[in-house]
Design a protein around this ligand. Structure first.
Ligand code: PGA
Length: 244
């Protein structure tokens, strides 16, 4: 896995947007998987602006989200369904048929996970471009530190530090869901290209371990070392502890 150091958040966002645009230029019907959180917001703004200027079109592409909170309906303002529509999908020319999301408030979590696993398996050749964030604990999607890697979409109990980190988005910290559904690591490793975005010194320990540490489910992002085209796109702060 290699690392690219960007001087500013804007540079990081533009770099990631460039890779999205290049992917769609080479393959207009590309399949992408995208993260939520604070880090990709600049990239989404950049993509909306470029789409508005006619520099890129999402008309024939399709997108998967990585994860969703259990029990939050898609219309809940903190659900990741809502986030993706609000921050990106509603502002670009992506058709509804190109949007694939996990539903958090389903009556049967296992069936929902199976549905998503089958959908991901049906992507011929794998996702063209997978973009990830990273938690301070090294999670990717909501694959939290654990004794084992989970290959397919699964329900997970969020760690206390993830719940705490995400409390900033909720009016009341008690409202943060404890469980989530997340894509597993198998479709991630099957993706043709992976970008992991990391911004700020709060991610420096996780980034250093992901890049240079042992491959272990205790630091889920470390599994990306097995991929032949995975790049961490980060700023100086996030890379300050990484051997380069
Ligand atoms: P962040 O979240 O972009 O808000 O830091 C990343 C993550 O937890 O995966």
């Amino acid at each position: 896995m290699r690392a690219i150091c960007c001087k500013t958040y804007d540079e990081l966002s533009a770099y990631a947007a460039d890779i999205v645009c290049e992917t769609l230029k080479n393959r207009p019907n590309a399949v992408l998987a995208l993260p939520t959180g604070s880090t990709p917001l600049g990239m989404y703004e950049e993509l909306i602006a470029r789409c508005g200027r006619g520099e890129v079109s999402f008309r024939n592409s399709s997108f998967f989200i990585l994860d969703e909170y259990v029990d939050l309906p898609p219309a809940h303002t903190q659900s990741y369904n809502y986030y993706m529509r609000d921050r990106l999908f509603s502002h670009i020319d992506l058709p509804e048929s190109g949007i694939h999301m996990l539903i958090g408030d389903t009556a049967d979590d296992d069936a929902e996970c199976d549905r998503y696993t089958r959908l991901l398996d049906s992507v011929e050749g794998g996702i063209d471009l997978l973009i990830l964030g990273i938690g301070a604990n090294g999670h990717i999607g909501f694959n939290e530190p654990s004794d084992a890697f989970f290959p397919d979409t699964h329900k997970i109990l969020l760690t206390d530090d993830t719940v705490e980190a995400n409390a900033r988005f909720f009016d009341n910290p008690d409202e943060v869901p404890r469980f989530a559904l997340t894509m597993g690591v198998r479709p991630m490793l099957r993706a043709k290209k992976i970008l992991l975005l990391a911004y700020g010194s709060g991610k420096s320990v996780a980034v250093a371990k992901a890049l240079n540490g042992p491959i272990t489910p205790l630091l889920p992002a470390s599994i990306l070392q097995l991929h032949t085209d995975a790049t961490i796109v980060a700023d100086e702060g996030a890379l300050q502890l990484a051997a380069r």
